[in-house]
Write a protein that binds this ligand. Sequence first.
Ligand code: GNR
Ligand code: NI
Length: 171
Amino acid sequence: MAVLPIVTVPDPLLKKISKPVDKVDDKLRSFMDDMLETMYAAPGIGLAAVQVGKLLRILVIDIAPEGEDPNPMYFINPEITWTSEEMNTYNEGCLSIPEQYADIERPAECKIKFLDYDGNEQHIHAEGLLATCVQHEMDHLNGIVFIDYLSKIKRSIYVRKVKKLVKEKEA
Ligand code: GNR
Ligand code: NI
C-alpha cells in the first residue's frame, strides 16, 4: 500500500472526464487500496481516482465517525440512477481544495448503481452525509469541483488561497 500525492486546483487534470474501468482485477484492487490509504492519511471521507492523477471512474468513501470501526466503500463505474426532490446543504471541503469550505446544496438522497471491490453490481440508497459525499465524488469523475458552484469571483479567491498554501508547503 502507498500514500499517493493529491492533485490540487488549478491543476487542469481536475477538469477532465474520467474513463470507465473495463476490468476489475488485482491490479485495480491494489490501486483502490492505495486510494483508501491516501484518503485515510489526508484525512478525508472520500477520494476520486483523478485526485491522485488517474482518470478512472473509481471512488472510495468512508464516512464512519472518528473512533468507530472503519467502513471503507469502493465504487467502480458509479451511476446516479435517482435523486430526491428534497435538497440538503452541507459545508463541503475537498482534498484538492485544501482548507477551504463552502455551503453547497445537493439532493438530500440518491440511488447509486456501481461495481464493488469484487466487480459485482450493487445498488444503494444513500442519504445524509453519504449522499452528499457520493455526489461530490461523482462530480470529480465529471471534471467538477465544489467551487464550480460558486461565483467566478469567489472561485478565484479560493484558487488563489490554495496556490499560496501549496507554495508555502513546498518551501
Ligand atoms: O474529506 C472530504 N470531506 C467532505 C466534506 C463534505 C462534503 C464532501 C467531502 S469529500 C472530501 C474529500 C474529497 O475531496 N473528496 O473528493
Ligand atoms: Ni473532493
